[in-house]
Design a protein around this ligand. Structure first.
Ligand code: N1C
Length: 294
């Protein structure tokens, strides 16, 4: 056999081996990419925690507790129907494109009359505000309404073309997915809650962080903007400071001035009080020895 033909066969074998290797490497890379993108369940992989385990049992249990025990006047609400409407608002839908409209059937099924002078908003005071509303029943937050009560602290999401919830992961707030089911839910129900507010309304803010009021919070961007001047007589803010914590902002700080000027523009009288006593007493329960406690 001519020497050139043996060397060309060698080259051909070499080429085939290289191409084969290339195909293998490419195949492995594509498979790994798809695996990273899709979870075994067929959902996309997000950075945040997945749908709360046993969400249907928790949601339904809370619905029955609220409508049968806490507010028996709502005993005719159909919890199974409410759960189905909740699920249908995000199941099989693009998880970054959920809209206010998606939640309208759920909102219709959960309408509730909210008495005037009893609305309490909050921002960055989630734990304290609910310790307070548990201790006195005059004021209530969104979590004290049926919708807020059922959804409080839950996580949920799905994917388009998939009829299951994604229990592995859901979009976190850091990801480029601001119209996620959880975020759109809170924006939608907070808007409704603010639109319904009437008489004297309250807000509990946190004076131990750098700015007690920020315009891009749900309180600052949704609730304040949806207060109706003809229904709301005044807004009373309480700026609370953690016991032993920083006194970094207060009623005389610039962030509260910002809120004051928004309320002036809306023509709604505004007052502000640092460390409102009844809430201070709640804080004192865990710090009875502190000098600021009675
Ligand atoms: O962005 P925020 O506070 O100012 O939102 C709080 C404000 C309250 O007055 C509530 O009426 O908006 C309403 N609200 C809730 O009730 C609620 N429960 C749980 C808004 N968000 C709520 N969450 C979750 O906390 C939700 O995931 C949302 O993104 C955070 C906002 O809390 P925040 O920044 O302290």
């Amino acid at each position: 056999m001519a020497p050139w033909s043996s060397s060309s066969r060698g080259r051909r074998v070499c080429c085939c081996v290289l191409i084969g290797l290339g195909v293998l490497v490419l195949g492995a890379a594509v498979t790994a990419g798809i695996r990273r993108w899709l979870q075994p369940s067929g959902h996309k992989q997000w950075e945040g925690a997945g749908t709360t385990a046993h969400i249907s049992e928790i949601f339904l249990g809370r619905c029955f507790t609220y409508t049968q025990i806490i507010h028996p006047e709502l005993r005719d609400k159909n919890c199974q129907k409410i759960w189905n409407a909740f699920k249908n608002s995000f199941i099989s839908k693009d998880t970054c494109n959920i809209t206010e409209e998606d939640y309208q059937p759920l909102i219709k099924l959960t309408t509730q009359t909210l008495p005037c002078n009893q609305t309490l908003f909050w921002s960055k005071t989630n734990v304290l505000v609910h310790r307070y509303t548990k201790a006195q029943k005059e004021l209530f937050t969104l979590e004290d309404t049926l919708l807020g009560y059922m959804a409080d602290d839950l996580i949920w999401c799905g994917s388009s073309g998939n009829s299951e919830m994604n229990y592995q992961s859901c979009p976190s707030r850091m990801e480029n997915c601001s119209n996620s089911p959880v975020f759109v839910f809170w924006k939608t129900v907070s808007k409704k809650f603010a639109e319904a507010a009437c008489g004297v309304v309250h807000v509990m803010l946190n004076g131990s962080i750098s700015r007690a009021f920020v315009r891009n919070s749900i309180f600052g961007s949704i609730e304040v903007m949806n207060l109706h001047q003809e229904r709301v007589h005044s807004l009373r803010a309480w700026v609370m400071h953690d016991i032993g914590g920083d006194f970094s902002d207060s009623c005389s700080g610039s962030s509260i001035n910002d809120l004051r000027s928004i309320m002036r523009e809306k023509n709604i009288p505004f007052t502000c009080q640092d460390d409102y006593k009844p809430v201070r007493y709640i804080q004192c329960v865990s710090h009875p020895e502190h000098s600021s406690c009675p």
